[in-house]
Design a protein. Structure first.
Length: 323
């Protein structure tokens, strides 16, 4: 029974991280026969998970959105809150958070009923968060593009570059990159026969074509380096400081802008990632406590420059004369 339960969880995990699984491949991954796989799929359906099946040479299994949420121990309000929060976390600029949050967001949105997807996109479009420093991208659009990258499936979409007329593109998607407060798709453009980066806030109606492709070699160290090279996006700084204040106080002032590590009752270390050094400086100033810059050197110089500017402002202030 334990083996059956663990295998069912493994099956659910595979279905949640892939668009479509051929039956033979899925059975091979689980180390079972196709007959056993069918029984495991039926077990998931009995638990409320909407697993679709297709027959024939292209047959297989796919986890589909259902009329209601599968049993995730979440009600509708909690599911919407989770998706909105993951969307903000994916655009938070916190090191290591974007990719993990996007993976989680992709899993959640794929099983949300359409009525809840609409609520998620409406809430993200009509609310502001300190976590989202750039244009808001609809959760369904973000996850559709990420899924095409994962499945190595050609993608069509409308795109409007800055100062240009709308165009239709068909690409081989490679990676989704969060950089400088914006989301980018790195892909091989089949119409222009070259690699391109596309801002997701300028992309509309992404549609997977159903055509798989063999991945090409990217002409850069990684997708982030490619976006920086072609888009002129500066590389982000990872700022660290030792703050002489309790972690709870710093967390209240800084919120989602950084990762806070308590050192003792009166000190903590804060780590922030940003392409600009201005807002980490402002965030530390908002704490209202003594702090020491741990790195990088550019941030130490930036804080010194800010301090000198404020000192000059007070020294050069012209006294008012009462009349």
């Amino acid at each position: 029974m334990a083996n059956t339960s663990s295998r069912t969880l493994r099956l659910l995990s595979l279905l949640q991280t892939h668009r479509h699984w051929p039956g033979l491949e899925l059975a091979d991954r689980l180390g079972v026969s196709e007959r056993t796989l069918r029984r495991d799929v039926d077990r998931l359906r009995e638990l409320g998970y909407p697993v679709g099946a297709a027959r024939g040479t292209d047959g297989g299994y796919q986890l589909a959105p259902g009329a209601v949420l599968p049993p995730l121990l979440l009600d509708d309000e909690e599911a919407v809150a989770l998706a909105v929060g993951l969307g903000d976390a994916a655009q938070s600029g916190i090191a290591g958070m974007q990719e993990a949050s996007l993976r989680a967001l992709t899993k959640v949105v794929r099983v949300l009923p359409p009525r809840l997807r609409a609520r998620v996109d409406a809430l993200r479009a009509m609310t502001l968060s300190v976590a989202a420093s750039g244009p808001i991208v609809a959760a369904e659009l973000l996850t559709a593009v990420a899924q095409a990258c994962r499945d190595e499936e050609r993608l069509r979409f409308g795109y409007t570059a800055r100062g240009s007329a709308p165009t239709e593109r068909e690409v081989e998607p490679h990676r989704v990159v969060a950089l400088g407060g914006r989301w980018y798709l790195v892909a091989y453009d089949l119409g222009r026969h070259d690699w391109r980066s596309f801002r997701l806030d300028r992309l509309t109606e992404p549609t997977a074509t159903g055509t798989r492709f063999r991945p090409r070699a990217l002409p850069a160290e990684d997708a982030a380096a490619f976006v920086q090279a072609v888009s002129g996006v500066p590389a982000p700084y990872t700022v660290q400081a030792l703050v002489h204040a309790p972690a709870a106080r710093v967390r209240q002032a800084v919120g989602q802008w950084g990762t806070i590590e308590p050192l003792d009752q009166d000190r903590c270390r804060i780590t922030m990632t940003s392409t600009s050094l201005d807002w980490p400086t402002q965030a530390l100033g908002n704490v209202g406590a003594e702090f020491e810059v741990l790195g990088p050197p550019e941030f130490a110089a930036h804080v010194q420059e800010w301090g000198a500017r404020f000192i000059r402002a007070t020294q050069e202030a012209v006294p008012t004369v009462a009349i």
